[in-house]
Design a protein around this ligand. Structure first.
Ligand code: SF4
Length: 367
């Protein structure tokens, strides 16, 4: 097997940017290749973030692009190929052509560890390549391993193997309780996540050592490494930590995350954009479309120009209808109501309502 490559994809979003900063500072010994797959349709703030990050990292962020030799921007090139058919959550050709395929071409068949910025306060796995030669690691979570690794390690079939591995830990690190949990089979009343959480509650580092030793008997890319510094990782980073990392590093938080005040029918609210990605991304909430219309009218007009031959970004609502004054008013009023309900129930962060939308969509565009 060739040497393992360590890669980190910068989507242009805050989490992957913060992860790059975090990895540089926490694990300087890892030689990480940073890359970004450009659709050509990001907001200017995203390109600025990538430039700032490059300066901070002191390392080139490799620009990947689908349709490399085309005279058109990558998105437009493929849109033409698809006959003007706009992508949607059910038919997401954009991610495939503009993100995943360039990435898979970039890594080829090399064994790769790919660091992914899903946070400790998120419950999702994100895109992960189906290629066996690519292994994802999640440094912001207490469980740094991907779901496929965990389900193998904790499967009932592997209990005796994992127990044997446990016995190889130095004796002062072994506890009876840890062993008991490892040896408890999964069942209808005891699922994988319960077992995983109990083990992590007891000792994250021991758990990591067991997984790493198990991996040595597999063909995961990490099997070729004799050590891995993230085995010692016990940190869990949540949303507020991400903003702090971006601010204190000087890289900065992209402007579009900052809340802007608005007033409608005597009621006050604030709005922002919840994530990076193409300015016309169909994952946007209606309030984010209104934000685009009011804060970046030229981009909104460009998004409108893509709506042709019955294709629209939002199902059953062309953008020309969304910007009718009474519709804008209703979207804003509903958004204020939703924000108030949310604030009453739990959080004082207005942006959390937009954060709810973060989990949706495509990890390669938004993390
Ligand atoms: S940001 Fe949205 S539109 Fe752009 S590539 Fe990703 S999913 Fe597609």
């Amino acid at each position: 097997m060739s040497k393992v490559r360590h890669v980190l994809g910068i989507s242009g979003g805050k989490d992957s940017a913060a992860l790059a900063i975090y990895m540089k500072n926490t694990y300087p010994e890892l030689d990480i290749e940073y890359y970004t797959a450009d659709t050509g349709k990001e907001l200017d703030e995203t390109y600025k973030l990538i430039d700032n990050l490059e300066v901070y990292l002191g390392k080139k962020i490799i620009r990947l692009a689908g349709a490399e030799n085309s005279p058109e921007l990558p998105f437009d090139h493929f849109l033409k190929m698809y006959g003007g058919f706009l992508p949607s959550s059910n038919s997401r050709w954009c991610t495939k052509k503009l993100k995943l395929e360039p990435f898979e071409k970039f890594v080829g068949n090399d064994p790769v560890i790919s660091y992914v910025g899903i946070r400790g306060d998120e419950d999702r796995e994100g895109y992960i390549s189906k290629k066996n030669s690519i292994q994802s690691i999640f440094p912001f979570r207490r469980n740094i391993w991907s779901e496929d690794v965990i389900s193998k390690v904790l499967s009932n079939n592997n209990i005796s193997k994992i127990s044997e591995i446990f016995e190889t830990l130095p004796s002062n690190e072994r506890t009876m309780r840890f062993k008991e949990i490892l040896e408890t089979p999964l069942s209808l009343s005891y699922n994988l996540h319960q077992k995983l959480n109990q083990l992590l509650d007891l000792n994250i580092k021991d758990f990591n050592k067991i997984v790493f030793t198990y991996i040595q008997f597999t063909d995961y890319p990490l099997a070729t490494e004799t050590s891995f510094p993230l085995l010692e990782n016990e940190e869990v980073l949540v949303r507020a930590d991400i903003f702090k990392i971006l601010e204190t590093s000087g890289v900065g938080v992209p402007e579009y995350y900052k809340e802007i005040a608005f007033e409608i029918a005597g009621k006050k609210g604030t709005y922002a954009r919840s994530r990076s990605g193409c300015f016309f991304c169909f994952y946007q909430q209606k309030i984010e479309w209104v934000w685009l219309y009011e804060q970046h009218p030229n981009l909104f007009l460009k998004a409108m120009e893509y709506e042709r031959d019955g294709y629209t970004w939002i199902q059953d609502e062309p953008l020309s209808e969304l910007i009718q004054p009474e519709r804008v008013q209703r979207i804003k009023e509903e958004y204020i109501k939703r924000t108030q309900r949310k604030n009453k129930s739990q959080s004082h962060y207005l942006l959390d309502i937009l954060a709810d939308a973060e989990g949706e969509g495509c990890a390669s565009c938004f993390i």
